[in-house]
Design a protein around this ligand. Structure first.
Ligand code: LMR
Length: 402
């Protein structure tokens, strides 16, 4: 049976991760996979996570199953982190949550729910969007379409084109939106634009499916949650997929949740029972450890404070690197304007060079970014910023490196 299978081209992000690991050059720079790195190039376990893990180890008495919806206490803690403790949808009993294996699990679970509710539903994603959105969402059988989003000329959002496209969509169309730190471009909507989009979504009766994978790494925990808080307060139905990979540094623990807002508590209960059924058919129950860590941190005053400081530290480092890399590029590539990198948010920027130039950076200078020129800013270090900028200058000038 399996002899007939064709080999699959590796996922562009994971394929690059393998190439980087195999490169023995000590100067190599990993701007590929979206993991936060510190000034030494490490992705350390957060100190708050280490303490929570120690506390868990001491107090956990069983590994017995919890259930397909995961831990109710984790789900509640995450709802409050995402929406804010006093959110009106929470007080109205309109929110239900299911713990998932990472944000990917939440996205797929949401897609399966949409397919159950409305098999012909179409999901519209931004152009461009995260490489795994299309396989994750269309894997459920939903049809995927695209709306204009990134404006390469300004490094910002083509908001007029985006809204003109969404304005034409029929009611019950699903629109996938990035809450903040847009992956792969780093170009986010302003609060005024979110408000305008909300009016459009209401008028056209669209279903927003919000992907929130970077809360805290853009402008701050509250500012980055502006869109989900607004949409969940103002709309009858919203789906929000949340990942704890980046802001808690729990990548391999696969920790996330799907929050669902329905028009009434009764509708929320019915939808939630479907989510539980679907989760049971896909992974039965989510992994526990990461969620238990997050819950421990969020429920403990002092661990929570320590974690907030750590998230602030990550965000500040990324913002500082953004400004520094713009400065270095200005010095070494004065003929090109890279100021947009300083205006973007989160880990990623679309660098705006050709696939051939990306390849040259990789092959001649050991600088790794995906072929579409997405770069993970957090992969830079102050000590290699100049090396990076010089490498870019040589590639842009079409010269051979050392
Ligand atoms: C990324 O975009 O690089 C991360 O979200 C990691 C992944 O799974 O692709």
């Amino acid at each position: 049976m399996f002899e007939r299978l064709e080999p699959v081209v590796p996922d562009p992000i994971l394929g690059l991760m393998a190439q980087f690991r195999a490169d023995p050059d000590p100067r190599k720079v990993d701007l590929g996979i979206g993991v936060y790195r510190d000034e030494r190039g490490d992705t350390p376990v957060l100190a708050s996570v280490r303490k929570a893990e120690a506390a868990l180890l001491a107090r956990q008495t069983t590994k017995a199953y919890i259930g397909p919806a995961g831990s109710a206490a984790f789900n509640r803690a995450l709802e409050q982190l995402v929406l804010g403790a006093a959110h009106p949808a929470l007080s109205a009993g309109r929110v239900r949550s299911v713990q998932t294996p990472g944000g990917c699990g939440a996205l797929r679970l949401g897609a399966e729910l949409i397919r159950t509710a409305c098999p012909d539903a179409v999901v519209h994603v931004s152009t461009p969007t995260w490489a795994n959105h299309a396989p994750l969402l269309s894997g459920s059988g939903l049809r995927l379409e695209r709306y204009p989003y990134f404006d390469p000329a300004s490094g910002g959002v083509q908001f007029a084109a985006m809204t003109a496209a969404l304005e034409r969509l029929p009611a019950r169309t699903v629109v996938l939106l990035h809450a903040s730190c847009h992956n792969p471009t780093g170009a986010d909507l302003s609060q005024a634009q979110w408000l305008e989009l909300l009016a459009l979504v209401k008028r056209r009766q669209l279903l927003p499916f919000i992907d929130m994978a970077y809360q805290g790494l853009g402008e701050g925990l509250d500012a980055d949650a502006f869109a989900p808080r607004l949409f969940c307060a103002e709309l009858p139905e919203v789906l929000c997929a949340v990942s704890c990979s980046k802001n808690f540094g729990l990548y391999r623990e696969r920790t996330g949740a799907l929050h669902l807002v329905s028009e009434s508590a009764a509708a929320a209960d019915a939808a939630s029972s479907q989510l539980v059924r679907i989760a049971r058919t896909m992974w039965s129950m989510p992994p526990d450890h990461g969620a238990a860590v997050v819950q421990t941190i969020l429920e403990d005053e002092s661990l929570r404070r320590q974690w907030l400081d750590e998230v602030d530290g990550m965000r500040r480092r990324i913002q500082d690197l953004r400004h520094e890399v713009v400065r270095q590029l200005k010095t070494h590539c004065p003929e090109r304007d890279f100021a947009f990198i300083g205006r973007q948010r989160g880990m990623f920027s679309f660098f705006g060079i050709s696939a051939a130039q990306v390849r040259a950076l990789r092959e001649r200078h050991h600088v790794y970014m995906t072929d579409d020129s997405r770069m993970n800013i957090a992969g830079l270090r102050h000590e290699n910023l100049e090396y990076f900028a010089r490498a870019v200058a040589q590639v842009l000038a079409g010269q051979q490196g050392r």
